[in-house]
Design a protein around this ligand. Structure first.
Ligand SMILES: NC(=O)c1ccc[n+]([C@@H]2O[C@H](COP(=O)([O-])OP(=O)(O)OC[C@H]3O[C@@H](n4cnc5c(N)ncnc54)[C@H](O)[C@@H]3O)[C@@H](O)[C@H]2O)c1
Length: 307
C-alpha cells in the first residue's frame, strides 16, 4: 500500500485530499496542529499526528515512513498572516522548508501547495507560471520563499511539484471563521437573509476552482511525477466578478438577495485569473465543474450544516 503524509490534512483542502487518497486505497498520515483544522471531519482511517510543521524532526520522522509528501499546512488567510507576521513566516516559509528537507532526506516526491498570491497584481490577462512573481502580501512572499526551497532541493535530486491554487471553494469550507472566504460568507449571508457585503464595486474578479477539481490536480501531480521541479497553476481559466458570484449565489439560494456594496479592500487585486495550459499539457488536467454546479453543491452542503 502506498502511504502519504499530508500536512494540514485537517483543513478544508487537506480533508478532501485525505478522503480521496484513502478511497484510492492509500494510507494517509496527517500532520496538523489543529490551529484552524477540525479533526472531527477527518476520515477515521487516517492517522492523525498532532504537531507543528515548524518542528523539522517530526516532519522528517513522518516523511520517512511514506511514499510521498503533500505539504498543505499553512496559515492560509492573508488577514490571519497580517495578525502575526513572525509566526506566519515561521509556519508558511519555515514549514515549507522543513517539508522540502524531509522529502529530500527520505527520497520521496513532494507536492507543495503554494498560492496564486505569489503573482501579486498580474493585470487582467490569464497569468501563466512564467509570469514574474511580485507578491503584494507577506503571505504571498512566504509562499514564494517556500517554492524557492523546493526549487533549490530539486537541483539536488528532489522531485517536486509546486501547485499554485487560485480561489478554491466547495463543501467543507467554513463560513464561521473571521477569515472565511468570499463564497462561504456569501452563502451564509444568503441563507440567513442578510445582505451580501461586497468589498468595493464588485467588478473585481477571481478564478474560482471547485475543490474536486483541485484534488484531481494534486493527485495527478503526485502520481505523474516528473524529475526535478515543476510549477503549475490550479485554476479554471475563467474569471467571475464578485457581483456575478453574488448574483449566482442569490439565484441558487432563492429569496430576496440584497447586495450591499462597501468600501474597497486595500491591497486587493482587481483581477486574478490563471492560465490552465500547463496543467493540461503536463497532466491532461482540465477543471470540469462549472461554477454554477460547484456553487450548487456548496450551497446544499452549507444548508445542511446550518440546519
Ligand atoms: N483555500 C484556497 O482558496 C487556497 C488558495 C491558494 C492556496 N491555498 C493553500 O492551500 C493550503 C490549504 O489551504 P486550506 O484552504 O485548506 O486552509 P485551512 O486553513 O482550511 O487548512 C490549513 C490546515 O493547516 C493546519 N495548520 C496551520 N498551521 C499549521 C502548523 N504550524 N503545523 C501543522 N498544521 C498547521 C491547520 O490547522 C489546518 O488544518 C494552504 O497552504 C493554503 O495556503 C489555499
Amino acid at each position: 500500500m502506498t502511504r502519504y503524509l499530508v500536512t494540514g490534512g485537517c483543513g478544508f483542502i487537506g480533508r478532501h485530499l485525505t478522503a480521496t487518497l484513502l478511497e484510492g486505497g492509500h494510507g494517509v498520515t496527517v500532520l496538523d496542529d489543529l490551529s484552524s483544522g477540525n479533526p472531527a471531519s477527518l476520515p477515521p482511517a487516517a492517522r492523525l499526528e498532532e504537531g507543528c510543521v515548524t518542528d523539522a524532526r517530526t516532519l522528517a520522522r513522518l516523511a520517512e515512513a511514506t511514499d510521498g509528501v503533500f505539504h498543505l499546512a499553512a496559515i492560509a488567510s492573508i488577514a490571519a498572516v497580517e495578525a502575526d507576521l513572525g509566526r506566519a513566516h515561521a509556519v508558511n516559509a519555515g514549514g515549507a522548508a522543513n517539508a522540502v528537507a524531509a522529502a529530500t532526506r527520505s527520497r520521496v516526491p513532494l507536492v507543495l501547495i503554494s498560492s496564486a498570491a505569489v503573482y501579486g497584481d498580474a493585470g487582467s490577462g490569464a497569468v501563466s507560471e512564467t509570469h514574474p512573481c511580485a507578491p503584494l502580501s507577506a503571505y504571498g512572499a512566504d509562499k514564494l520563499q517556500g517554492e524557492q526551497h523546493a526549487l533549490d532541493a530539486a537541483a539536488n535530486g528532489l522531485s517536486a511539484a509546486i501547485v499554485r491554487p487560485f480561489n478554491v471553494y466547495g463543501p467543507g469550507q467554513g463560513a464561521d471563521s473571521p477569515y472565511a472566504g468570499v463564497i462561504p460568507s456569501f452563502i451564509a449571508a444568503a441563507l440567513s437573509g442578510t445582505p451580501l457585503r461586497i468589498d468595493g464595486d464588485g467588478s473585481q474578479s477571481r478564478d474560482f476552482i471547485f475543490i474536486d477539481d483541485l484534488i484531481r490536480l494534486l493527485s495527478a501531480a503526485m502520481e505523474q511525477r516528473q524529475p526535478g521541479a515543476l510549477i503549475v497553476n490550479g485554476c479554471t481559466g475563467t474569471a467571475t466578478s464578485v457581483t456575478a458570484l453574488a448574483q449566482e449565489i442569490g439565484r441558487i439560494c432563492g429569496g430576496d438577495i440584497r447586495i450591499d456594496p462597501g468600501p474597497g479592500r486595500a491591497g486587493g487585486v482587481q483581477c486574478s485569473l490563471g492560465n490552465p495550459g500547463r496543467a493540461e499539457e503536463l497532466f491532461g488536467f482540465r477543471a470540469r465543474i462549472p461554477l454554477q454546479d460547484g456553487l450548487q453543491h456548496t450551497v446544499t452542503w452549507q444548508r445542511g450544516t446550518a440546519s
